[in-house]
Ligand binder design. Structure first.
Ligand SMILES: C[S@@+](CC[C@H](N)C(=O)[O-])C[C@H]1O[C@@H](n2cnc3c(N)ncnc32)[C@H](O)[C@@H]1O
Length: 254
């Protein structure tokens, strides 16, 4: 019998933020191919599966994209239930589209299980709504991986016109911020960096675009981080979250 492949989004890291369908697919899987940002607590749900790390470690790809396609296709044709597990959502800077095309071309049945993207979850977990009436009526998610591609993406925007969410840009935050200032964005634009969102070691830095440009943002560790730039970054609605956690603990004690 023919197996199948599920392209599954694992969310930002906390297993409680997996979808029910992601959990279902993981529990049924024979084989899981996972990326660097997927944690042990999520992988453990794939009780009966063989697991293979196929992501990037120390800048090197464990397996090429073509090799990943070949492994998925071969396993599915041998009747195995394959989960291709990616951080966040599989179609947000996750190469899920390429994999779906390869699977389709090979005649392998596949489905997509969307995940909570860090593009919205990281800001949200720092108390930052990416849109907010009167502050931002749109948000743009861009990669900061390539400075020229970043410059092209922001080139057409009216300065300070929307919320900018930058993935894969924390290591290049100073030159990226400088590009925005060159394009006319105000130096006082609020900015935030959310690292390891949803994980126990989550960190939030807050400041301005000028701080970013002058390399003033300090972070510990080298966990994945999302940058938020725009008026909404000055909002910090985290007390709500902290109050719920405190109220919950108090109830459990009584
Ligand atoms: C290759 S992209 C993949 C994005 C993923 N598909 C998603 O939808 O979240 C990796 C980037 O996502 C962001 N990221 C992933 N997990 C994160 C987390 N827990 N906290 C903050 N940012 C995160 C970082 O900007 C990181 O460089």
């Amino acid at each position: 019998v023919m197996g199948h492949v599920s392209l599954v989004g694992a969310g930002p890291g906390d297993p409680a933020l997996l979808t029910r369908k992601a959990v279902m697919r993981l529990r049924a899987a024979d084989l899981v191919l996972y990326d660097a940002l997927v944690g042990e607590r999520v992988l453990r749900l794939a009780r009966r599966a063989q697991r293979f790390f196929v992501g990037k470690r120390a800048g090197r790809q464990a397996l090429s994209q073509t090799a990943i396609h070949a492994v998925m296709i071969r396993a599915a044709k041998r009747g195995r239930r394959v989960v291709r597990l990616k951080g966040g959502d599989p179609f947000v800077f996750g190469r899920g589209g390429e994999e779906a095309i390869a699977l389709g071309a090979a005649g392998v049945p596949f489905d997509i299980v969307p995940g909570i993207s860090s593009a919205v979850a990281a800001p949200a977990l720092a108390g930052i709504p990416v849109t907010h009436r009167g502050l931002a009526s749109a948000f743009l998610v861009v990669s900061g991986h390539d400075e020229d591609a970043f410059a092209a993406s922001i080139g057409q925007l009216a300065p300070n016109g929307l919320t900018l969410v930058v993935l894969m840009g924390v290591g290049r935050r100073a030159p990226l911020a400088a590009r925005l200032i060159d394009r006319g964005w105000s130096r006082e634009t609020p900015a935030a960096i959310v690292a390891d969102a949803s994980l126990p070691q989550q960190q939030v830095w807050r400041g301005t675009l000028d701080d970013l440009a002058s390399d003033g943002a300090r972070l510990e560790g080298d966990g994945p981080a999302t940058i938020v730039i725009g008026a909404v970054a000055a909002l910090a609605l985290i007390t709500v979250d902290a109050q719920v956690a405190t109220a919950e603990r108090a109830r459990r004690r009584s």
